[in-house]
Design a protein around this ligand. Structure first.
Ligand SMILES: *[C@@H]1O[C@H](CO)[C@@H](O)[C@H](O)[C@H]1NC(C)=O
Ligand SMILES: *[C@@H]1O[C@H](CO)[C@@H](O)[C@H](O)[C@H]1NC(C)=O
Ligand SMILES: *[C@@H]1O[C@H](CO)[C@@H](O)[C@H](O)[C@H]1NC(C)=O
Ligand SMILES: *[C@@H]1O[C@H](CO)[C@@H](O)[C@H](O)[C@H]1NC(C)=O
Ligand SMILES: *[C@@H]1O[C@H](CO)[C@@H](O)[C@H](O)[C@H]1NC(C)=O
Ligand SMILES: *[C@@H]1O[C@H](CO)[C@@H](O)[C@H](O)[C@H]1NC(C)=O
Length: 496
């Protein structure tokens, strides 16, 4: 891809102040290891209430702990040393004519980013300790009570933004995919768009995004709720840790793509496997399954900014026929459970809770319409939230830069206005539209390229980094050299 922008001199300032860049790597788990009602963090020894898309170690089970993961024969992720378990609820579509649920195609498996963001006063990062586990998100959450879209992160230092309650909900993203236009920013929309919005705009499906807490109390590898031993840093992914959670871990970020567009034109409702049509109750689970010392070496030395696992000499990368044939063994009670559909209830028959009240206590299979069960249905007590398209910023900035071609958005800030002006006009934006980040390193331009193999199927998504050559002139021309292919994203249009 080649980009040529003409822009005014003032706009050049935007390019000249580039981001500090943090190292990361991106773990592709392109194959599922299973789709089943298994969740040892919440339902140890029993079946889970709802179905999950599973990735990682074949040692995963309803009773798995760290030792079982490590003992797993294989992993569905590409790096053979990674026997971790990564799981999230699957996505279903309920056809309103038949009432039946069908699993939505998951495209490209999961990407689990290990982003190496340090605290500002302490650049040391600690590997997840052996046995470490955590949950991000809350399966029972059914509302978002803060202004939409989020205010800019530099203003998150006051209540309610400086609370874990806010950060936990800001850690969810539902990215409306349309490969024909500039991607939206990651973690821009914290709820699942409704069917009509998805049909109208998200022609390539929706990407579920989930940030995990990266601040640890340094003592407990787990906790009863799988959350209180960890905390989010001040800007969800970047920013600093609360003082009582001083140890900075790798920042885990999950991405899964669901092909909602295959149901375009069919009446019905998308529903997370946990009975959540809103998306507010999206969540994900992680159990560390690395050798701890090995992971610490990777954190210390796998710092190539490309994010490609190939650029870390420590990692052993498996062939696709190995990682794609790595399944968990289902307990006999689940061996014949139809998790694909069409089925009359969601697998496990969880309550369908529309909110906005907290969903715990809802009766299985019912709409949780009573006061104690969380109440209401969309359209009566809770109208569906909307948030229209907003182009993500493809330009690095200290505030919004995210590695891996994850587009950042800087809503409400003059930054995005300046970038848009730069991209669409040859005129110099007014000085008030100029974003003034702290002076940093040499300018880089980040963008994403999509290769599609058919209308709705993306073969790969590339992230390109290009060095911008700036000519200082009244109206400068910035010519971006041909892209260097940085790394694969969701690969091969793999469908399940
Ligand atoms: C589940 O329980 C077993 C003991 O029955 C234990 O070994 C394992 O670590 C537990 N798993 C989790 C995730 O707590
Ligand atoms: C710096 O961070 C590391 C890892 O997060 C932690 O182990 C260490 O105690 C911290 N050092 C100080 C001085 O706080
Ligand atoms: C969808 O539902 C609407 C209103 O209930 C109805 O008018 C329309 O014909 C339905 N469309 C399809 C494709 O079933
Ligand atoms: C990072 O990886 C790229 C290949 O993607 C390689 O060309 C480059 O030399 C590496 N940089 C470092 C510092 O190892
Ligand atoms: C793993 O599971 C998938 C999907 O259920 C199935 O198609 C595949 O044959 C399984 N592979 C092995 C090696 O059991
Ligand atoms: C929103 O959810 C919270 C639980 O996180 C709950 O306490 C609150 O009552 C809910 N708000 C409404 C308006 O239902």
């Amino acid at each position: 891809m080649r980009f040529t922008f003409k822009m005014g001199l003032q706009a050049l300032l935007v390019f000249l102040f580039s981001a500090h860049v943090s190292a990361f790597w991106r773990m592709p788990c392109r194959a599922r290891s299973g789709l089943a009602r298994i969740d040892p963090l919440v339902s140890n020894g029993t079946l889970s209430e709802h179905a999950h898309a599973l990735h990682g170690s074949s040692g995963f089970s309803t009773t798995a702990g760290y030792d079982a993961l490590i003992a797993g024969e294989c992993t569905s992720c590409e790096v053979s040393q990674d026997k971790s378990a990564y799981w999230t609820p699957a996505l279903y579509f309920q056809n309103s004519a038949t009432g039946e649920y069908t699993l939505v195609d998951q495209i490209g498996g999961m990407l689990a980013y290990y982003l190496l963001y340090p605290n500002s006063d302490n650049t040391t990062l600690s590997a997840f300790p052996a046995g470490f586990e955590m949950i991000s998100g809350d399966t029972n959450q059914r509302n978002f009570t803060y202004p939409v879209p989020d205010i800019q992160k530099s203003l998150w230092n006051v209540a309610p933004y400086n609370t874990q309650a806010f950060l936990r909900q800001a850690a969810l993203g539902f990215n409306c995919l349309n490969y024909a236009i500039t991607p939206e920013g990651s973690l821009y929309r914290h709820f699942l768009p409704d069917k009509s919005y998805l049909d109208a705009h998200c022609t390539d499906g929706v990407r579920f995004e989930l940030m995990f807490p990266s601040c640890w109390n340094g003592v407990d590898k787990t906790s009863v709720d799988k959350k209180s031993h960890v905390a989010f840093p001040s800007e969800v992914m970047t920013g600093d840790c609360p003082s009582d959670f001083p140890v900075r871990l790798p920042s885990l970020f999950y991405e899964t793509i669901w092909n909602t567009y295959e149901f375009a034109g069919i009446n019905g409702t998308f529903m997370l496997a946990n009975g959540d049509p809103t998306g507010f109750g999206y969540h994900g689970d992680f159990m560390m399954g690395w050798d701890e010392a090995f992971l610490q070496s990777a954190v210390d030395t796998c710092t190539n900014l490309s994010g490609q696992i190939e650029d870390c000499a420590l990692f052993t990368i498996q062939d696709s026929d190995v990682y794609s044939n790595c399944n968990v063994t289902l307990p006999s009670a689940l061996a014949h459970e139809n998790v694909v559909g069409a089925v009359t209830t969601l697998p496990g028959n969880p309550a369908i809770a529309y909110g906005p009240g907290y969903a715990s206590g809802a009766a299985a299979g019912g709409k949780s319409a009573t006061a104690t069960a969380g109440g209401g249905t969309i359209g009566t007590t809770q109208s569906a939230m909307t948030l229209s398209y907003s182009a993500g910023s493809s330009l690095a900035s200290t505030e919004s830069y995210m590695p891996g071609g994850i587009f950042a958005v800087s809503t409400g800030a003059s930054f995005s206005a300046a970038v848009e002006a730069v991209a669409t006009s040859t005129a110099a934006p007014s000085s008030s539209a100029i974003y003034s980040p702290p002076v940093a390193a040499a300018p880089s331009f980040f963008s994403t390229a999509y290769n599609t193999i058919s209308a709705n199927e993306v073969e790969e998504i590339l992230w390109v980094e290009e060095v911008v050559t700036v000519t200082q002139a009244e109206t400068a021309t910035v010519t971006v050299p041909a892209a260097r292919k940085r790394h694969l994203h969701h690969g091969h249009g793999r469908r399940f």
